[in-house]
Design a binder for this molecule. Structure first.
Ligand code: HEC
Ligand code: HEC
Length: 201
């Protein structure tokens, strides 16, 4: 309980910071700009060409275009928990989502080193192989189930909490596997997985 509370206040802090950043962004997005031109609007948070400098802004370079469009639609419809993206997504059409999706998919993901716990990461590697690799192939490198490898650890941590707390819809058949990992490793399961993904470069 205590732990959840402090996470929530961290989330609030992040949210206020993001709202402040949003206020200084170029205002309007007119019809018809290219995916690349629109992507400039995202760079302040997601980094140059989608390789964010973290830690709660996910990297989106190399992201599968379908996963990207689904994510943006879910934000626009307030179906996915969000500190800021729900507001941003409302400014774009489906066509614009697609144009940006192709632009980001074609960018190379640049990963930044993160501090991780080696023992947890090694436990996470086993859990990943057993429960997650089937869909998140190659250790979770960018693919049609998103990007986990090298993704920012704070982002992964709160994303897993959102799934578990019902604030983000489970991808088909994923819940069973996360439940199985938690059954196997208890409270260590999520930190172990997060440290494993964060250990990858
Ligand atoms: C003010 C900062 C900010 C800006 C500007 C911003 N984002 Fe985000 N983005 C975030 C944060 C933070 C998240 C995590 C969800 C949340 O809390 O809203 C996120 C999440 C995402 C995700 C989900 C990634 C995943 O792995 O599932 C996508 C896709 C995305 N943003 C695309 C964009 C695009 C495209 C733009 C520009 C049109 C943009 N963002 C502009 C902060 C920002
Ligand atoms: C049956 C397939 C499947 C399995 C097994 C699976 N996932 Fe997923 N996962 C997905 C798909 C598909 C997505 C894409 C995003 C979406 O649809 O919301 C995803 C998204 C995610 C995300 C969000 C990524 C982002 O960028 O926001 C995380 C974190 C994640 N999975 C972790 C795990 C972990 C950890 C395991 C193993 C315990 C696991 N998944 C097992 C299919 C799966």
């Amino acid at each position: 309980m205590e732990k959840m509370k402090s996470n929530e206040s961290v989330h609030k802090g992040v949210r206020n910071l993001l709202l402040a950043m949003l206020a200084v962004l170029p205002a309007a997005v007119s019809a018809g700009p290219s995916g690349q031109a629109m992507a400039f609007t995202c760079a302040g948070c997601h980094g140059t060409d989608g390789s964010s400098v973290g830690p709660s802004m996910p990297a989106i370079a190399g992201m599968d275009p379908e996963v990207f469009v689904d994510a943006m639609k879910a934000y626009r419809q307030d179906e996915r928990n969000s500190s800021i993206m729900n507001r941003i997504a409302k400014a774009y059409s489906d066509e614009q989502f697609k144009a940006m999706a192709w632009f980001f998919a074609s960018q190379r993901l640049q990963l930044f080193p993160q501090k991780y716990d080696a023992a947890l990461a090694s436990r996470g590697s086993e859990l990943h192989d057993e429960h997650c690799e089937k869909c998140h192939e190659n250790g979770g490198r960018p693919g049609d189930a998103g990007t986990l490898a090298g993704q920012w650890m704070p982002y992964l941590q709160y994303t897993m909490e959102d799934f578990i707390n019902g604030k983000r819809k489970w991808p088909r058949k994923m819940k069973r596997k996360v439940d199985a990992a938690i059954e196997e490793a208890g409270d260590d399961a999520i930190p172990a997985l997060v440290n494993y993904y964060g250990s990858q470069r």
